[in-house]
Ligand binder design. Structure first.
Ligand code: ADP
Ligand code: 5GP
Length: 184
């Protein structure tokens, strides 16, 4: 039985494959939708405002904080990221299965606001593979890659607090496993 309007959080270190897995879920099921977050980071090549993120200045971000527009927000690396209350409401009201692809601090804050939300942590097969994937994506400088890898170590320490941990080694197998959790 499908959980319409239910909320799932997918976390995992940068490069663990969260967005790739999310894309795979969408190919299997068009009732799944991801909240679009607000960020102060610059768009990467190929990213679109309003689709991948709402890209804003730091001033605009903190205007939204002051207006109480976020259900959660964090500082990650050198930037801020936040989930809008309106995004979750919009998707829940349309009966979609709502997926938040966010880092660990945000995931635990979402769980406080939506206790029924289920949390899934994507585990990379190894640190070497994680480094290879971040570098292979070609979107981060060496400095950014190192920051992301050091955040990854701290994120991995939190993985046992998640409802589910799924290793993203073989992509299709990982998507199958996450999809089974969502459809349970
Ligand atoms: P995240 O959203 O967690 O930062 P991405 O989805 O952007 O990670 O994936 C990082 C890189 O790793 C991308 O280039 C993606 O194609 C690749 N990737 C993701 N999953 C796998 C996998 N199972 N095997 C090999 N490469 C993968
Ligand atoms: P990236 O810069 O790679 O797009 O994202 C960096 C990290 O921020 C990733 O772990 C991503 O999942 C997380 N992230 C993206 N949007 C949000 C958000 O709205 N809230 C939180 N807490 N984390 C987010």
């Amino acid at each position: 039985m499908e959980k319409k309007g239910s909320v799932f959080v997918i976390s995992g270190p940068s490069g663990s494959g969260k967005n790739t897995v999310y894309d795979g879920l969408c190919l299997r099921d068009d009732n799944i939708a991801q909240t679009v977050s607000v960020t102060t980071r610059a768009p990467r090549d190929g990213e679109t405002d309003g689709k991948d993120y709402y890209f804003v200045s730091t001033e605009e971000f903190f205007r939204k904080v002051d207006n109480d527009e976020f259900v959660e927000y964090v500082n990650y690396g050198k930037n801020y990221y936040g989930t809008l209350k309106s995004e979750i409401e919009r998707l829940r009201n349309s009966g979609k299965t709502v997926i938040l692809v966010i880092e660990v601090e945000g995931a635990f804050n979402i769980k406080k606001v939506f206790p029924d939300a289920e949390t899934i942590f994507l585990v990379p097969p190894s640190t070497q593979e994680l480094r290879r994937r971040i570098a292979g994506r070609g979107q981060n400088s060496d400095e950014e890659t190192e920051i992301r890898l050091s955040i990854a170590v701290k994120e991995m320490e939190q993985k046992d607090k998640y409802d589910y941990c799924v290793v993203n080694d073989e992509l299709e197998k990982c998507i199958d496993e996450v999809y089974k959790i969502i459809k349970k």
